[in-house]
Design a protein around this ligand. Structure first.
Ligand code: UDX
Length: 439
């Protein structure tokens, strides 16, 4: 089948690559024509494991085009635009509306428009209304995307669930056919509003879970507790589950914070108190400040201090530093005059990293150096800070870390190290949820 994808971003590209792999012919468009040119040459502007080779393997079934007529000629059109969020928490729907109007104008035969972007509840109905009003045979179906960055290809092919919310069972069935070669996860047929709210609620719930464990971590610092044991006590109850119980620097990225803000906006709009979600956000914001204070308490004047910082991205498996808690912590350190020796496996050089977004208000370029391997970043540093739980960091020999550091001080913002081991080896360590007075 010919399938079009509007928005060649993280979701659109991963989805298109998988669909092409399943044998469909996929047409991509994007408002950024340079991006399309780059993509046609195999160049992707972000990192997603396996995506580049997947696109290369399926090259013969992919087309990159700026011709909107060609895009609209497909019977199935996916909208995968990343909607900007306004200062009040509402989404900017102009991109989606603009494309829908274009499709409506050129649609004579039945077409299905599949909304993958995260949108406010009511968006599907609004677009469907526009089509109806114009007499266009366009059917709008909501299929929110739940993929995780860094695992996008796997998640698309093995979703926990697929949600399909169209105007009729007949249309839903047509869309469900696309998923027939995917792993046998449940397909949930829902009303469009349920699908729209469902996506926002799922991400907000994940955020809530993280802020809850971080709140517990704040408290357990006053008792002689062990984070790992606490996680097991909670997670062993299937009603709670083991995942998303890692306390630390908190959540970042483009989805959790954004969806939380949007649901809060919806509550405000409808007179529903969203104090719970506001608190989730507030607790999350406090995390980087909390870690910063631990470093300050220990080292007092940070002006002449240098720290190795492992990981800048908001989570492992991505180079994405949007709302990354590690970056917030880095900014606080730089603002007080500390120096940072940064190691991140995907952000190895200054040119691969938008420095302006790391420096913060008062940081200066000279305070940062980038390192291609974690060990070299440690040399003569006053301590090591873990900002992202990149695989393998916790396996680096402690002996090696200790000999390189000026002082054996570790602030583990992601729980990658075994604290007992660290203490045995003579490190002073701060880890989330751990007894507040190190050593
Ligand atoms: C999220 C949702 O998981 C996904 O279903 C949705 O489609 C998009 O948003 P993503 O933004 O890729 O995916 O990140 P996710 O893996 O959810 O992690 C979000 C943040 O939470 C990261 O900063 C991560 O470090 C943090 N986190 C996660 C914790 O602090 N503790 C945990 O236990 C788990």
């Amino acid at each position: 089948m010919n399938i079009s994808i509007i928005g060649a971003g993280r979701i659109g590209l991963a989805l298109g690559a998988v669909l092409a792999d399943k044998g469909h012919f996929v047409l991509f468009t994007d408002r950024d024509s340079q991006k399309l040119k780059d993509l046609s040459r195999g160049k992707i502007s972000f990192y997603e494991p396996g995506l580049k080779s997947f696109l290369r393997q399926n090259k013969s079934r992919l087309k990159w085009t700026e011709d909107s007529q060609e895009i609209i000629s497909s019977k199935m059109i996916f909208l995968t635009l990343n909607l900007p969020i306004k200062p009040n928490g509402d989404f900017d729907l102009s991109g989606i509306k603009d494309w829908t109007h274009r499709i409506i104008r050129q649609t004579q035969r039945e077409k299905i428009l599949i909304l993958k972007s995260t949108v406010p509840p009511g968006t599907n109905r609004m677009l469907q209304f526009l089509a109806k009003k114009a007499g266009a045979p366009l059917q709008v179906v909501s299929c929110p995307e739940f993929l995780r960055q860094g695992q996008a290809l796997y998640d698309i092919q093995n979703p926990y669930r697929s949600v399909i919310a169209g105007p009729s069972p007949k249309i839903n069935k047509k869309v469900a056919r696309i998923y027939k070669n995917f792993s046998a996860s449940p397909i949930i047929f829902a009303s469009p509003e349920t699908a729209e709210i469902g996506k926002l609620a799922a991400n907000s719930f994940l955020a809530l879970k993280i802020s809850f464990v971080n709140l517990m971590a704040n408290l357990t610092e006053y008792f002689d507790t062990n984070g790992e044991e606490l996680r097991r006590i909670l997670g062993s109850d299937p009603r709670i589950g083991h995942q998303f119980l890692q306390s630390g620097l908190g959540f970042g990225g483009s989805c959790l914070p954004k969806d939380l803000r949007h649901l809060t906006f919806q509550g405000r709009r409808h007179g529903i108190s969203m104090r719970l979600l506001k608190e989730v956000d507030a607790l999350n914001r406090q995390r980087s400040e909390h870690f910063f204070q631990q470093i300050k308490q220990r080292h007092k004047n940070l002006r002449n201090k240098t720290y190795a910082l492992w990981g800048l991205s908001f989570k492992p498996g991505t180079e994405d530093i949007r709302l990354s808690p590690s970056v917030f912590l880095a900014q606080k350190l730089l603002e007080t005059g500390a120096h940072l020796k940064i190691f991140d496996p995907l952000l190895k050089t200054e040119s691969s990293t938008p420095l302006s977004s790391i420096l913060g208000k008062k940081g200066v370029k000279a305070q940062i150096t980038f390192h291609k391997n974690p060990l070299s970043s440690l040399n003569s540093a006053h301590g090591l800070i873990v900002g992202t739980n990149w695989k393998g960091l916790g396996k680096i020999p402690l002996k090696e870390i200790k000999t390189r550091l000026k002082t054996p001080f570790i602030v583990d913002g992601r729980g990658v190290f075994n604290v007992k081991e660290l203490k045995k080896k003579g490190f002073t360590v701060y880890q989330s949820g751990l007894f507040r007075f190190p050593n």
